[in-house]
Design a protein around this ligand. Structure first.
Ligand code: UDP
Length: 410
């Protein structure tokens, strides 16, 4: 096993880890990269995250903490562009990355790339640098297409993912489910996949006094159901809105849908129209994107957080809510079946049928007459998902991959 401090190059070409969370293309992956890098830095490993400039005001280098930094590289101009357009600028990105590395005399032990676009950069550079390439896909195009909700993923992505899944040295999957999908759809060898869950920042996500949180947010005594995430058809927000009429007998019920940003306006309008058609427009609020550090107030003020998704690679929002002591109703996606304790910290339902979501939301809202645990116990149920535990597991994977790369098993 290789021990000691590692020098890691992380790639996140299309999505900036310090970008606006909850917007179209910036969500769990960004949180994952920045929290993991920060934690690895604390442990003495050096992490450089390379991403595309997406705002002319971006400084080239941002320190994310001890030994962890974010490096912006020019590729296709300095403004937001659609992630598929980023594909055509990957050669420019790669070239600028190499120039930066050489200019600053940097050497890395391994590459850890995120999402298929960055995987392509990693695949090319690992050969030049002669280091192993570890990948995390975050979502799989082929699984999205099988579900068939929202835009179809192009064949270009599916082919690229298949090649990467077969050729990179190692893959980190956040769930056993994703491991099985990689083996089934892309033919990855099982021994090249390590399963490490995602984490939650337990210092940031902790319970705030419910009354104070409600006062701060102006929620009064309403019963609050919370959704947090990107406004994407795959998130199943329409199903959650359709669940509200089943809960008509609950006084002062309010659904708060957090997330959005300018590129999600059309999706939000569709959801508002749906609420209007169901005559519940006054019970559904769309406050837009909320900063990550403000979310503990929302989770703490809520009576229930709902994750009605058709697909999640992991489902960070559920972890964050539980860390704040608020129970969750979720569909059986990502890692939610192992994160949520049925009947104790929330409920996992087989699918997002509105009546099924409503049944379980009603149970959470009728606390304390149910067996749902206290705020303190709900929080305690996710204590093992601290970023320090996750970083430790990731480093173990990296060391094994490096050892095998340097001394291949014959
Ligand atoms: N998020 C946020 N503000 C918002 C909406 C979402 O900070 O307005 C964050 C949320 O707290 C979570 C991430 O975006 O950390 C979404 O991650 P998740 O794994 O739930 O979904 P993904 O974006 O990966 O589909």
């Amino acid at each position: 096993m290789v021990s000691g401090q590692l020098k890691i190059a992380m790639f996140s070409a299309h999505s900036c880890p310090v970008g606006k969370l909850g917007a179209k293309d910036t969500g769990g992956m960004s949180v994952y990269i920045r929290e993991l890098a920060h934690e690895l830095g604390k442990w003495g490993h050096s992490v450089d995250i390379y991403t595309r400039v997406h705002d002319p005001r971006d400084p080239q280098i941002i320190n994310l903490g001890q030994k962890a930094r974010l490096i912006h590289l020019m590729a296709g101009g300095d403004e937001e562009i659609n992630k598929l357009v980023v594909y055509s600028y990957l050669p420019e990105f790669t070239c600028n990355l190499e120039n930066f590395r050489k200019h600053n005399d940097l050497k890395y032990d391994l590459i850890f790339s995120h999402y298929w676009l960055s995987g392509l950069v990693g695949d090319y550079l690992q050969q030049r640098w002669n280091v192993p390439h570890i990948m995390m896909f975050h979502t799989l195009g082929i699984v999205k297409n099988t579900i068939g909700i929202g835009e179809d993923e192009p064949e270009l992505r599916i082919e690229a993912e298949r090649n990467l899944a077969q050729n990179c040295h190692h893959i980190i999957a956040p769930t056993e489910k994703e491991k099985k999908e990689l083996i089934l759809h892309y033919g990855t060898l099982p021994e090249r996949i390590g399963v490490v869950p995602c984490g939650v920042n337990l210092e940031q996500f902790k319970p705030v006094n419910k009354e104070n949180a409600r006062q701060y947010l102006g929620f009064g005594n309403d019963k609050i159901i919370l959704f947090v995430g990107r406004i994407d058809p795959l998130k199943g927000i329409d199903k959650l809105i359709k669940a509200i009429p089943y809960l008509q007998n609950i006084q002062g019920l309010r659904l708060v849908v957090i997330g959005g940003g300018e590129h999600s306006q059309r999706e939000i309008e569709k959801l508002q129209e749906l609420a209007g058609n169901l005559n519940i427009q006054d019970s559904v609020a769309f406050p837009g994107v909320v900063k990550h550090d403000q979310l503990p107030y929302f989770y703490s003020a809520a009576d229930a957080c709902v994750v009605p998704s058709y697909y999640e690679s992991f489902g960070l929002v559920a972890l964050e809510s539980l860390a704040c002591g608020t129970p969750v109703v979720a569909t059986d996606v990502g890692n939610l079946k192992s994160v949520i304790r049925q009947g104790e910290t929330g409920y996992v339902v087989t699918d997002n049928a509105p009546h099924r979501l409503a049944d379980k939301i009603a149970l959470l809202l009728s606390r304390p007459s149910t067996d749902i645990a206290s705020t303190v116990s709900i929080r305690a149920s996710v204590s093992s998902f601290s970023w320090s535990n996750i970083a430790e597991a990731i480093i173990r994977e990296c060391q094994l991959v490096l050892a095998n790369y340097l001394t291949p098993v014959s």
